[in-house]
Write a new protein. Structure first.
Length: 204
């Protein structure tokens, strides 16, 4: 009589072999687009920029060159900015003047956003970077400091090898349609709602 654990092990192995075969067949059909991908991290939940900087670390692990342009956060010191300034490997441009409610000057915010996007276009088109992160650019789009048409044109003009990550809430539909990957962060629970202030090393 065959023991039940042996039958279970055999059935599991057969199932995993089937899953593996299907996965290998699917991946064998995939092609390299031979162009850097466009990733959008959006949604109301926390983690959009954090996820982008995780990809930055991954790219650096492969010896790739990375550029970052921050659109909104201004001179606010964050852990990731401190880390990359100390350890190098990332060309960093913080060009926003703060959150949109800080300046209370629309013309000034538009000028800052356009300057930041000009720098971003230079990085994307240069051919020097494997990855460019446009941090919080979706906020500039939401407030119409930038037009989605201009941003799409900038993405289209990027060097073939350059991938781009665009972060921030409320990514416009046209940008999501253009992107290769769109991830929407959803908020289930946030300590801010419980009266807990932002924590160094977790929130910034």
């Amino acid at each position: 009589m065959t023991d039940a654990p042996d039958q279970d092990a055999k059935a599991h192995k057969e199932k995993m072999n089937e899953v593996q075969a299907k996965h290998r067949a699917k991946t064998s059909e995939l092609q390299d687009p031979e162009r850097g991908l466009v990733l959008v991290h959006t949604g109301k939940g926390k983690g959009k920029s954090s996820s982008a900087f995780g990809v930055v670390v991954r790219a650096l692990g492969w010896g790739q060159k990375v550029g970052v342009v921050q659109f909104i956060k201004g001179k606010w010191k964050t852990g990731e900015r401190r880390f990359f300034e100390d350890h190098g490997g990332v060309t960093w441009h913080t060009m926003g003047e703060g959150f949109t409610w800080d300046t209370q000057d629309r013309d000034r915010d538009i000028a800052a956003a356009k300057s930041a996007f000009g720098k971003a276009c230079d990085l994307m088109a240069s051919g020097d970077y494997d990855l460019v992160v446009l941090d919080e650019i979706n906020i500039a789009l939401r407030y119409e400091y930038l037009s989605v048409e201009d941003v799409l044109a900038g993405l289209e003009g990027r060097a073939d090898k350059t991938g781009v990550i665009l972060t921030g809430r409320d990514a416009p539909p046209a940008l999501c349609d253009y992107a290769d990957l769109v991830t929407e962060m959803s908020e289930v629970k946030h300590p801010f709602q419980a009266g807990i202030k932002a924590q160094r090393g977790v929130d910034f």
